[in-house]
Write a protein that binds this ligand. Sequence first.
Ligand SMILES: Nc1nc2c(c(=O)[nH]1)N[C@H]1C(S)=C(S)[C@@H](COP(=O)(O)OP(=O)(O)OC[C@H]3O[C@@H](n4cnc5c(=O)[nH]c(N)nc54)[C@H](O)[C@@H]3O)O[C@H]1N2
Ligand SMILES: Nc1nc2c(c(=O)[nH]1)N[C@H]1C(S)=C(S)[C@@H](COP(=O)(O)OP(=O)(O)OC[C@H]3O[C@@H](n4cnc5c(=O)[nH]c(N)nc54)[C@H](O)[C@@H]3O)O[C@H]1N2
Ligand SMILES: [Mo]
Length: 744
Amino acid sequence: MNNTGVFPTIAWSAGAGCHGGCGQKVFVEEGKMVKIEGDENHPWNQGRSCPRVLALTQYMYHPDRITQPLKRVGERGEGKFEPIGWDEAFEICEQRLNEIKQKYGAESVVFAQGTGRDIGGPLTFLAYSFGSPNWCQLGLSGQSCYTPRLGSMKSVMGDFGVVDCSQFLERRYEDPEWVPPEVIIAWGQDPPNGCPDAFFGHWIVDCMKRGSKIISVDPRNTWMTGRAAHHLQLRPGTDGALALGMLNVIINEGIYDKAFVEKWVHGFEQLKARVQDYPVEKVAAIIEVPAGEIVAAARMFANARQGAIHWGVPIDMCPDATAVAHAIICLWTITGNIDIPGGQVIAKPSHGVSSYPYTTEELLQLYGEEMIGRLTKKRIGADAYPMVKNFRAWAQPDMVIDQMASGKPYPLKAAWIQTANVLGGQAARAEFHYEALKKLEFIVVVDLFHNPTTMGLADLILPAATFPEKNSIRSWYAPLSIIQKHVQVGECKSDWEINFELAKRFNPEGLKHWSTLEDMFNERLAPSGMTFKDLQQQGGWKMAGEGPSRPYRRHERGLLRADRKPGFNTASGKIEVYCDTFKGWGLDPLPFYTEPPQSRTSTPELYKKYPLVMITGARSQLFFHSEHRMIPWLREKMPDPYVEIHPETAARYGIYDGEWVYLKNDMGRVKRKAKISRRVKADHVHTMHGWWLPEREGKAPDLFGVWDYQINKIIPGPQCSKSGFGGGQYKTTLCTLAKIADQG
Ligand SMILES: Nc1nc2c(c(=O)[nH]1)N[C@H]1C(S)=C(S)[C@@H](COP(=O)(O)OP(=O)(O)OC[C@H]3O[C@@H](n4cnc5c(=O)[nH]c(N)nc54)[C@H](O)[C@@H]3O)O[C@H]1N2
Ligand SMILES: Nc1nc2c(c(=O)[nH]1)N[C@H]1C(S)=C(S)[C@@H](COP(=O)(O)OP(=O)(O)OC[C@H]3O[C@@H](n4cnc5c(=O)[nH]c(N)nc54)[C@H](O)[C@@H]3O)O[C@H]1N2
Ligand SMILES: [Mo]
C-alpha cells in the first residue's frame, strides 16, 4: 500500500452499498482517503459516479463507524458492547458455533446475507466450510430479488440475458459491431436510480441519446416514463398478464421472428395455445391500461429491428414471479432478439471466472455430489420446492423464519448475519423476524455501523471494510476486475478476510492448500490465465476476448454449451418456451398469470377496509436500502421518510402536503410525511423502505425508531409463488392512510 497518490479500484459494496462495477480513482494522502472520483478510463462508468460514492469520505471516517470487534456485555438490546481484539472475536465464533454444531448439527446455524454485494463468495465459503446448507437472504420474502428471474432464465434459455448497451465491448459505443437497441422496454425498472444487477443505469440513457426508444412499464410516473414512447401504467403485480397479452398480440398478428422460432424455439405451438387465454381486452381489464396501448406497445417491440427488455425487482415481487419472468423471456425470444447487437445479449461471468457459486450445477463441480447431497437433505425448503432444491442452493427464507419460530422440523440456534439489515430493511413482517431471531442462542453480525439489527440482536459485531479498504475479485459479467486495497480504517477487515480466517478454523484439513487469501483468489481467477498480481499490473480490469464471454450469436457458433455444439444451454439445445425443466419439477411448463394475494378481486373484504395499493421501495440514488441515513451530504437531500399521495386521494383523506400521517393495515401502522404528487395514480401510494433514524435512541425497545418508520412492519409474508421463489408482497400490500391527529 502506498501512503500517498491516486489509485485505481472498483466500487463494489460497503460504502456505495451497491451491486457495483464502477471504476474509481482513490485519492490518498498519508494513508487516508481524501477524495474519490469516477475513473474516466474505465469502460463501465466512463468517469461517472453516484452521490453515495462521492460522499464516501463521510462514510469511511464517520464518528459512528464501528472500527473494532464488539462483544455484547449487557442483555440483548441493552446496547452495551465492549471492544475486543480480533483473536478473541474469532475464538468466540469458533467456540460458540462449534458447540452449537455438536449439540444440534451444523444446519442449526443460518448464514444470512443481504443483496448482491461482494458477499455471495465469502458467505457460501464460510457456510459450506462450517457445513450448514442454510444460506439465504433472511427476511427477503420469496427470495424475491433477481433469483426468480435468474431461475427462470436458467431453466428456459440456459443462460442469463441482459439488454445490450455495449457493456461487454471495451470500446463501448464506438465499437463497430454494436448498434443501439431500436426499442428498450424498461419493465419495472428505474435504471438511473438503481443501477441494479451488474448494470449501470445510465447505459440506458446513453442508448436513448443514440436513438433507442423506450416503452416503460411502471405504475408510477418517473423520469424514464416521462421520456417513453409508451408508458403502460399498470396496476402493481399484474405484469404477468401484460406479458401474456403482448405475446397474444405478437403471435396472433404473426409479427414474431418466424425463422428464429423455427430453428431455435422449443414448444412454440403450446405457447401459442396458452396465450389464447389472454386476449387483450381481458388483459386490459386486469392491468387497468387501455387495450389500444398494449397493442401499440407490442407491435412497436415486435417490429423493431433489434430490441431488448430491461427488467427490475418488481417482476420478482409479482405473485408467481418465475412464471412472470418466463412470459417476459418468451417476449424477447419469439421476437428473435437473443444475442444480437442491440438485443438481449447473453451475460456470462467474465473469462469463465466465477467469484461465487451461482447454480447447484456449479456447487456440484466445486464440492462434489456427496457433500451437496448431504447438504441438500437438510436445506430448508428443498423438499417443499424443487426449484429451491435445484437452482442456486438458497434456503427458502419464509420457511427459515417460520422454522426459527417453531423449532420444527429441527431447531435453529444461531445466525451469522453479514451485509444484511434484517430488521431495518430486508425482512417483510419485520416484527415477527425480531421475535423469532431473539430466540437464538448466538448471533454474529458483520457490519460497519450500528443499526436496528446489531442493536436488537447481535452478541458479537465484526467490523467490515469499505471497498477502498479491501482486496477482492469481481467477475459479475464484465470486465474481469480486482478491487484493490489502498487504505486501512481502524481494525476493519474485509468480508473475505474475516470468512477466510474462520473457514480455516472450521475446516483446517479441507482448506490447507491455500495459505493466503490471494492464493484462493488466484485459484478462482485461474480460468482467465491471470493472477491477482497480473491484473494489478494491467490496471485492475480486463475485457474478455473472443469466446464464450464475448457477445453475439454464440448459439450459432457453439460457444454456449459444454459439448461445443451449436444451440442453447438447455436439454433440447433450444429456448424452451414450453419448459421441460419446469415440468420435471412439477411446475407449469408454460407461463401463466395469478392475481396478487391482496387486491380488489382476490380479497374484496380487505380491499373495502384498505383501498390503497402500497408500492414500496422505488430506489433513490441517495440511499442504498436502509443505509446512509447517517451521511450528512445524503440525508440533507432527503431528511424525512415520505409517502407519495395523489392529490385526489389526499383531498379524500383531508391530508395536506408535508403533514405526518400513518400508513396502516391489520398488521400495524407506520409514520410518513405526506408528499402530494402526481407520480402515483389515485388508487396507489408509494413509499421508500429501509427507514430508521440513526439519531434516535439505539437500545431496545426504540431501536433507532425502527418500529415507527420501518414499512416492512406492515408488509405480510410468507410469499405466494408456486415455485418457492418470488411473490414477496413488497409492491402490492393493501393499506389506508390516517391523520396522526385523529389517532390519539
Ligand atoms: N419494503 C421493501 N422492502 C425491501 C425492498 C423493497 O423494494 N421494499 N427491497 C428488498 C430487496 S430487493 C433487497 S435485495 C433487500 C436488501 O436488504 P439488505 O441487503 O439487508 O439492505 P441494507 O438495508 O442495505 O442492509 C445491508 C447492511 O449491510 C451493511 N453492509 C453494506 N455493505 C457491506 C459489506 O460490504 N460488508 C458487510 N459486512 N456489511 C455491509 C450495511 O451497513 C447494512 O447495515 O431489501 C428488501 N427490502
Ligand atoms: N441507489 C440505490 N440503488 C439500488 C438499491 C438501493 O436501495 N438504492 N437497491 C438495489 C437492489 S437490491 C435492487 S433489487 C434494485 C431494484 O431496482 P429496480 O429493479 O429498478 O426496482 P425498484 O426501484 O423497486 O422499482 C423500479 C420501478 O418499478 C416500479 N414498480 C413498482 N411496482 C411495480 C409493479 O408491480 N410492476 C411494474 N412493472 N413496475 C413496478 C416502481 O414504481 C419503480 O419506478 O436496485 C438496486 N440498486
Ligand atoms: Mo434486491
